[in-house]
Design a protein around this ligand. Structure first.
Ligand SMILES: C[S@@+](CC[C@H](N)C(=O)[O-])C[C@H]1O[C@@H](n2cnc3c(N)ncnc32)[C@H](O)[C@@H]1O
Length: 212
């Protein structure tokens, strides 16, 4: 997907106290940075940040880190945060492919929210639930692995169900229409989700875990 470029986006985001500029130096030390031992949850492809910011507001006893490749996307997140004091939130501008350089086995939950579906077979490896990513997550999860995925894309959802189950994850919750579920699932909407919800599109949801 192409995103609008914002001039000097890198300079704008680096001024934010929420942006961690040299994240590799905190590998295995993120709890020290947060100054507590609370669980750490990360979102891959955090975009404009609405989800991770509202999660941090709602769950102050969880530490959140939003990871986003495109600096122009993070400008909006940084702007939204300018008048907020959320000690349990950090942002990183990086490619999710390199998360094992930034985290040791210290992550409790990974959110994959409206990730690019990469529908062509040739791009399969770029899907965040491709086996190469699942192996990468093994390097950063604590003993208990926990993934929450939301998407409007049926193909990516079906692929993810298959790929996670082949990798021995079990499903704690699955919904083919998150917003019209018989048993409500606690949910904070992302920027893309709000848009799709207003268009009346179903949102697919899964929560998968694995205990070593
Ligand atoms: C469709 S948007 C969804 C944004 C947000 N999660 C939401 O639901 O509103 C996908 C986001 O993932 C980011 N992204 C794609 N590939 C990435 C990667 N390899 N590492 C980090 N971010 C990535 C894109 O730049 C984009 O901001």
């Amino acid at each position: 997907m192409e995103y609008n470029k914002i001039k000097n986006a890198d300079k704008i985001i680096e001024k934010s106290p929420y942006l961690i500029q040299n994240p590799t130096q905190y590998k295995n030390k993120w709890s020290d940075l947060f100054e507590n031992k609370n669980p750490i949850h990360i979102e891959l492809g955090t975009g404009r940040g609405d989800f991770i910011i509202n999660m941090a507001k709602t769950y102050p006893k969880i530490n959140f880190i939003g990871i986003e490749l495109v600096d122009s996307q993070l400008v909006k997140a940084v702007d939204r945060l300018s008048n907020l004091n959320l000690p349990n939130l950090k942002l990183i501008n990086m490619d999710a492919r390199n998360i094992d350089q930034v985290f040791g086995k210290e992550i409790h939950t990974i959110y994959l929210t409206f990730s690019e579906p990469w529908p062509k077979k040739i791009d399969e490896k770029k899907r965040f639930t491709h086996i190469s990513y699942l192996k990468l997550y093994d390097k950063i999860f604590k003993k208990h692995k926990h993934i929450i995925l939301k998407t409007d894309n049926k193909g990516l959802f079906a692929y993810s169900l298959e790929s996670l189950s082949q990798y021995w994850y079990t499903f704690e919750r699955v919904s083919l229409d998150l917003h019209h579920n018989e048993i409500p699932i606690p949910n904070i909407m992302t920027d893309f989700e709000k848009r799709y919800y207003e268009e009346g599109r179903p949102i697919y949801y899964l929560e998968a875990s694995f205990e070593e």
